[in-house]
Design a protein around this ligand. Sequence first.
Ligand SMILES: Cc1ncc(COP(=O)(O)O)c(C=O)c1O
Length: 442
Amino acid sequence: MSDTAASSPNNLDAFWMPFTANRQFKSNPRMLVGAKGMFYKNAEGQSILDGTSGLWCCNAGHGDPRVVNAVSQQIAELDYAPSFQMGHPKIFELAARVTGMFPSGLDHMFFTNSGSESVDTALKIALAYHRARGEGTRTRLIGRERGYHGTGFGGISVGGIVANRRTFGTMLTGVDHIPHTHLPEKNAFSRGQPEHGAELADELERLVTLHDASTIAAVIVEPVAGSTGVILPPKGYLERLRKICDKHGILLIFDEVITGFGRLGAPFATDFFGVKPDLVTLAKGLTSGTIPMGGVVCSKDIYDAFMTGPDNMIELFHGYTYSGHPVAAAAALATLDCYKEDNLFERANEIASYWEDALHSLKGVPNVIDLRNLGLIGAIELEPIPDKPTARAYEAFIKCYEKGLMIRTTGDIIALSPPLIVEKSHIDQIFDTLRTVLKEVA
Ligand SMILES: Cc1ncc(COP(=O)(O)O)c(C=O)c1O
């Protein structure tokens, strides 16, 4: 049997694929069967350059032997251990290492298995925190239009992408949204953070006036929104949000599921922007996508508010069977080693200007109506084909794949987020391919 035959399943029907046009995919499947470094390999044996770190997660690239060995050793040594009333050493080490990467004061970490669970966990901690302090009237959660916080009911409630919300009933009640910060008429073709729009943070003041601060528990935002098609925070915006939260005793949650672990060329967006939230949600880059794992980092004040009462009492009635899974912990520790030993965050920072120039070289290519970037994130917004929204970007996605490049599209926006091990030659390949393809889909 050839390799290709061995890796081609003969029945695609049973798997209900997530966020996929199932019938379209199954009529013309794209099967990945291997990955190493910057490249996937598909079932036809073609190399596919990973322009998206999988789904924004494989920040250390693919198949690093340090992670592979750590995972295989761990599964042989201790395959599973409960985290309810039990522990194992690696998860304590991991919590200490991750919190040690944050500014002091962000000292504690709760473990989950995904970004969606991290978001639910952070929202629940925020609500329970206010109650623990005797401010139980603070039950309202504020998200943002076009925000993506995963697909749990908490995440879609505070999220702001209509397709992810409209078919799922009433979701959480008591949620409101501030506007997104995408202002193409003022900020199109910005390099880095856009100049205009910091005042949009003041919409939070409007919601405080409407609902009263005493009813608001927390505001959650992605410092850089990724899944909605890359929306950057205007200069001064996050700082202003922080100030308003402080003024009214509202917790600020940064959803760093994609910005965490070097995506911006700094460990976290918190460092990059110099704005310190009260809670941070993490996932993806924590294990470089190898084993599912997420987490919530929270301030000392929040943790301490729970550590009262008799010490034989459970302080937070929340957790998952796989919170702190030993194999995921081993993967995360080895991933952190890769980041550190190979200076990947610094590397990302150094190569970001080359990335920016390469992206912006697409200005003037037909149908490109905006280009935006920060760190190792890039977005190309395309003019939609009249009456056929998303069709142009989808065609570009298919053509790129056929030419050996994996990109990601949302609506008519192409989002790019390569592994932090990316070399200049890969960046050239990404944008040369895109230049050719965008001319073809014109
Ligand atoms: C900002 C943000 N939050 C949460 C999530 C959800 O993560 P997961 O798919 O691991 O549940 C994502 C996923 O893309 C994300 O980008």
